[in-house]
Design a protein around this ligand. Structure first.
Ligand code: SF4
Length: 336
């Protein structure tokens, strides 16, 4: 793993599935490879579906703030906004000219999203821009959720096709990046217990949500449906609260809940209160950091500026190679 690239949607609403499944892992990658761990808030991607232009700058800022609060340290890793490095769009266009339409129409995410939104051409081209995001930095590893694996396959195909047409086998311009699956996200179930935690299912615990709101949601969340009275023994294996205990509580507490639930030694309300305190132990420092960053917004904007400066240098080098490879007239060709 030499260089890692990952895209972050421009929203400050990260949930514990994002945190446990992705952000914690990204922070660890940053510990290993430092600035070569590149995280990009993909605001150009956000406009591929109808969006509110007046709120996008705030959402982009909030995404940076939330991810910094949750553990992405811009002194270690690189964090920037996609639109601050224009070469993303330029390489996206070059790849657009080389990508068969059929490859894009096959994408599962395009089919899903086009059922929900009016089809803008940008939605079809989304994976091409994503390929440009990754290949602009010649990243070798891309941490993604399982739903993005198909897009990384397309990125590899785009790199292969470009190398075949415009470079020699001995000196390819683009490496073929590999997907590294964030399995943790899939393992965090939603509050309703019906599948994975996801904003679209409205079953999330927000990392920056107020403690009261989190408690209200946990308080009414379903438990073992067979446990109707306090005296009924329960089965923790079918209860989402127990799944959360395994993620947030220490092993003694997990063991205690496992035993006491089965013999009705603990009631669901007490079990949930205990869980709430343990979740809060994780979230409280993140929320405190978020509050600090809100009071010091220049720490967020400065991080984005220096992240973009770092990325622009790499991106410009890549684009110089690409322009030459595809036969564009250099700007300085008329100078003596
Ligand atoms: S005691 Fe806890 S683990 Fe058992 S059913 Fe109730 S909430 Fe779930």
């Amino acid at each position: 793993m030499k260089r890692v690239f990952s895209g972050i949607q421009p929203t400050g609403e990260i949930h514990i599935g994002n945190y446990l499944g992705a952000i914690r892992n990204w922070a660890k990658i940053g510990d290993q490879i430092g600035k070569e761990a590149i995280f990009c808030i993909v605001d150009y991607h956000a406009i591929t579906i109808p969006h509110d232009a007046s709120s996008l700058p705030r959402l982009t800022f909030e995404a940076a703030l939330a991810n910094m609060a949750a553990g992405l340290d811009p002194n270690k890793i690189t964090l920037f906004a996609q639109s601050h490095v224009r070469e993303h769009v330029e390489l996206g266009w070059v790849f657009t000219t080389q990508t068969p339409l059929g490859d894009l129409e096959r994408m599962t995410q395009f089919k899903d999203k086009s059922e929900q939104h009016s089809i803008l051409s940008g939605l079809l081209m989304y994976p091409v821009l994503q390929a440009a995001d990754i290949l602009l930095y010649k990243a070798d590893t891309v941490p993604v959720g399982e739903d993005q694996v198909q897009h990384i396959e397309l990125t590899r195909e785009i790199a292969r096709r470009f190398n075949y047409r415009f470079a020699s086998p001995e000196a390819p311009i683009f490496p073929e990046p590999k997907a590294s699956i964030d399995t943790g996200a899939a393992r965090v179930p939603g509050l309703d217990g019906a599948g994975k935690m996801s904003k679209s299912k409205n079953n999330t615990i927000g990392v920056l949500e107020p403690k009261d709101t989190i408690w209200q949601n946990i308080r009414v969340a379903p438990t073992d449906p067979q446990r109707i009275r306090r005296t009924d023994p329960g089965n923790p294996e079918v209860c989402v609260m127990f799944a959360y205990h395994k993620l947030f509580s220490n092993s003694d507490t997990v063991q205690m809940v496992d035993t006491e639930c089965r013999r009705a030694g603990i009631g669901c309300v007490d079990c949930k209160k205990l869980l709430m305190e343990n979740i809060w132990q994780t979230l409280e420092p993140i929320q405190a950091k978020a509050e600090y960053l809100r009071e010091h917004p220049s720490e967020v904007t400065d991080a984005l500026v220096s992240g973009a400066d770092f990325c622009r240098t790499i991106a410009q080098d890549t684009m110089q190679e690409v322009r030459q490879a595809i036969g564009l007239l250099p700007l300085d060709s008329r100078r003596p």
